[in-house]
Design a protein around this ligand. Structure first.
Ligand SMILES: *Cc1c(COP(=O)(O)O)cnc(C)c1O
Length: 402
């Protein structure tokens, strides 16, 4: 079948017609349990009544005005993010990569406004993913994504994950900032130890570098806190958010202290779509739910439940599952078989999960998932593992016959 779409994705032969909460309804007539949430985007599941209401009401009033005018919904959303974080100011973008671009520009401008324009280099960590624009690709540093796109954007130095001596050696006279995901998402749900983040904070303070947390995947309640940094005891200077922040509406945000943002003066940055009234209405509606009393505590509780039940799967399927890791509703299953096989077997059991680096399968259910959805997910994953194990036994038998 030829498609008019650019053939850059390995799409499953499956499409969905509608969704409801943690469930997706396929055009094949089947019902799927959604433990991918559009790659951590549908934070409140599908067709959440409060989001549908906010979107449709705003759609009937005003979609877009440009940033040439006041946007009260945006002022309100920014104030709420500020009130619930380390930050003093917010810039709204349309995507995660654009939020990171803003963070990178902000860090460089901070140094320039301190009279050190030579300080433009950003240190990042192996296994990172920061987006697909030219600068964020260079920040992620993954050869497979960079190849063929010309010279890598200048100004990014990558060091091994968790390696303090390598990091200290990489900090030079031209370094502006360090940029890290508190839990690597695409890299395979790899949590960064809090002790390492504390080291980053003190190195930044010592050398007057800015600390940037990419919380595009970890933020907006995913780990059981509004932002993952809250459980580490380390606050960044700049933080980026996207994915869950719009509950499925495309938007992102770059949060910063006023000190870190001091170079971002009139005319220094901008966007056409970012922060438009439609996006801001939905963003506020997402926060209405996520910040409601008890909601994040519930996510934390569900996360523990999910982790415990997943741990029992290791005991039952030691040939398929090697390790469970993650926090809140951001869990990774490191597999002993190719992770793509577990993703496929899970889909055959009508549960949607997502592959990641380091041979990991990601579980990113919507934050409104129920205890019984989690029980159902474990049953389906158990069945998928059983199918994979039967396949491994067949291979053993074939191997023995040779
Ligand atoms: C998804 C993601 C990005 C990129 O976001 P886009 O909206 O695809 O541009 C950047 N950083 C992290 C940690 C992500 O998970």
């Amino acid at each position: 079948m030829t498609s008019p779409l650019l053939p850059i994705y390995a799409r499953a032969d499956l499409s969905f017609e509608k969704g409801e909460g943690a469930w997706l309804f396929g055009r094949d007539g089947e019902r799927y349990l959604d433990f991918g949430a559009g790659i951590a985007v549908n934070a409140l599941g599908h067709a959440h009544p409060h989001l549908v209401k906010a979107l449709t009401e705003q759609a009937g009033k005003l979609w877009h005005t440009s940033n040439l005018y006041q946007i009260p919904e945006g002022e309100r959303l920014a104030q709420r993010l500020v009130d619930h974080s380390f930050a003093d100011v917010v810039f709204f973008s349309n995507s995660g990569a654009e939020a990171n671009e803003a963070a990178i520009k902000m860090a460089r401008k901070y140094q320039a406004s301190n009279g050190k324009p030579n300080r433009f280099r950003i240190i990042t960590f192996e296994g990172a993913f920061h987006g697909r624009t030219l600068a964020t690709l260079a920040a992620g540093g993954q050869a497979k994504y960079l190849e063929g796109f010309g010279p890598k954007a200048e100004g990014f130095d990558q060091v091994p994950f968790g390696d303090i001596p390598a990091l200290e050696a990489a900090i030079g006279p031209d370094t502006a900032a360090l940029m890290i995901e508190p839990i690597q998402g695409e890299g395979g749900i790899r949590p960064v130890p809090s002790a390492f983040l504390h080291e980053l904070r003190s190195l930044c303070d010592e050398h007057d570098l800015l600390l940037i947390f990419d919380e595009i995947q970890t933020g907006i309640g995913r780990t059981g806190k509004l932002f993952a940094y809250e459980s580490t005891g380390v606050a960044p200077d700049i933080l980026t958010s996207a994915k869950g922040i719009g509950g499925g509406f495309p938007m992102g945000a770059c949060l910063a202290t006023s000190n870190a943002a001091k170079g971002m003066t009139l005319g220094s940055h901008g966007t056409t779509f970012g922060g438009n009234p439609l996006a801001m209405a939905v963003g506020n509606a997402v926060l209405d739910v996520v910040l409601a009393p008890g909601f994040l505590e519930k996510v934390e509780h569900l996360g523990l439940l999910l982790k415990q039940r997943l741990a029992s799967l290791i005991d039952r399927h030691p040939k398929v599952i090697a390790e469970i890791r993650g926090q809140g509703l951001m869990m990774g299953i490191k597999t002993r078989v190719p992770n793509t096989e577990l993703v496929k077997a899970a889909l055959a059991e009508k549960i949607v999960v997502i592959g990641a680096g380091d041979n990991v399968v990601r579980l990113l259910p919507p934050l409104i998932v129920s205890d019984s959805d989690i029980a159902e997910a474990i049953q389906r994953l158990d069945a998928a593992c059983t199918v994979l194990e039967a396949g491994l036994k067949d291979e053993d038998r074939r191997g023995a016959a040779l």
